[in-house]
Design a protein around this ligand. Structure first.
Ligand SMILES: *Cc1c(COP(=O)(O)O)cnc(C)c1O
Length: 400
């Protein structure tokens, strides 16, 4: 059997537009006509393949993008959403009902954490947050009401790596669903191939890559995707996190260059991480041998895509972090902004921004320092030149 290759799978999908266009036509309708009333009734019942009903349910442009992302992750189907959070919240609400229990990694995206910690308990859905790298802790948190194990392949912002194969085995043993947020590692890691049940992405980040749109996706079996879209009981259909067709079509075009961009992001991040480490800075990057789960990541990854575009630099205090980021922005080395996956380097101090939903004492316990800068390394043509300029900034504020 040919080895699973996400980029080839995407490439092998061929679409033509309505008039032979090299891009599929954009569907510009919220509703669709039927030649017969009978077909309309059957479509509501979910029985008519290839018929569109209403664009909150599905639209041709959204289906094209969903299909390409299903190919990328190797799932039967996928449903695109208006944001990564729309994908995460719909999935969890579809899988968990009142009384159910979730086990989640404690180092996850701040919005996901806030949803589980503050929103779901109001629906009697409770979450145990655990150190996902400690499998014994994960297993001992399982109780009779547990339905889901949730983690990120590469965690935000600490860049810890989840052992997806081991977690999948655990999930199977206890009949739980393993839901993986793979936003930080598209193409590099294919969680379904390692046994995960459902893969989620915020398309807002690397996959779209141009910081001009917010979107998400859930990749899973046809049966689960149909559940999400069910007109009577589907979280995506009823909560309405629907992606606009225009955006779906622009994201699909950007997806076509993802394999080239990811390689460059990884190459540049690896270069900077090695240089920073040599300079004696406190840097974490999965591609460094000093990273605790370097070997684990190596085992899970498709090595041509490298170890990803994210690294962290701990400069100990929030003041130094802010000083460095402001100076680097002034020198045009990147933007002081949240988010990631842009052509330009983007940095933020996680503790006071994207992870500020996590209380300060919990941040401390998980090792999130107030001086931790998360850097999404850009597609800089000459990374050596960038490094030299960054080094000057560090010398100027006295951390080198
Ligand atoms: C940004 C992000 C999300 C949320 O995605 P949105 O598109 O902003 O809703 C979820 N998980 C991770 C890992 C993220 O980086």
């Amino acid at each position: 059997m040919e080895k699973f290759n996400a980029a080839n799978n995407i490439q092998d999908l061929q679409y033509f537009g309505e008039f032979g266009g090299v891009n599929p036509s954009i569907s510009d309708s919220s509703t669709y006509t039927f030649l017969s009333a009978k077909t309309m009734f059957d479509t509501f019942e979910g029985n008519t393949e290839g018929c569109y009903l209403y664009s909150r349910h599905s639209s041709p442009s959204n289906l094209y993008l969903g299909q390409a992302l299903a190919q990328m992750e190797g799932t039967e189907s996928a449903n695109v959403t208006a944001s990564g959070m729309g994908a995460i919240t719909s999935t969890l609400l579809q899988l968990c009902k009142s009384g159910d229990h979730i086990i989640s990694s404690r180092t996850i995206y701040g919005g996901t954490y806030a949803f589980m910690k503050n929103f779901l308990p109001g629906l009697q859905i409770n979450t145990s947050f655990v150190d996902i790298t400690d499998l014994d802790k994960v297993e001992s948190a399982i109780n009779k009401n547990t339905k889901v194990i949730f983690c990120e392949t590469v965690s935000n912002p600490l860049l810890e790596i989840a052992d997806l194969e081991a977690l999948a085995k655990l999930a199977k043993k206890h009949q739980l669903k393993l839901v993986v947020d793979n936003t930080f590692s598209p193409l590099s890691v294919a969680p379904i191939q390692l046994g995960a049940d459902i893969v989620i992405h915020s398309l807002t980040k690397f996959i779209n890559g141009s910081s001009d749109a917010v979107a998400g996706v859930v990749c899973a079996t046809s049966s689960f995707i149909n559940d999400l879209k069910d007109v009577n009981s589907g979280a995506c259909m009823l909560l309405g996190p629907t992606l606009d067709s225009l955006r779906a079509s622009s994201i699909l075009k950007n997806l076509r260059t993802l394999h080239i961009r990811i390689k460059k992001h990884s190459e540049n991040a690896q270069y900077l991480a090695e240089k920073f480490e040599n300079d004696g800075l406190d840097v974490k990057y999965p591609g460094l041998k000093s990273h605790k789960q370097h070997e684990l990541f190596r085992k899970m990854m498709n090595e041509v895509y490298g170890f990803g575009g994210l690294l962290t630099l701990d400069v100990k205090t929030e003041e130094k972090a802010n000083e460095l980021m402001e100076l680097m922005q002034k020198e045009n080395l990147g933007y002081l902004a949240v988010s990631l996956g842009f052509y330009k380097t983007v940095f933020s101090a996680s503790g006071s921004s994207t992870s500020s939903e996590i209380p300060v004492d919990e941040q401390k316990e998980m090792g999130l320092s107030p001086g931790l800068i998360r850097m999404s390394v850009g597609l800089d043509h000459d990374i050596q030149r960038t490094y030299e300029k960054m080094k000057k900034c560090m010398q100027q504020i006295g951390i080198l």
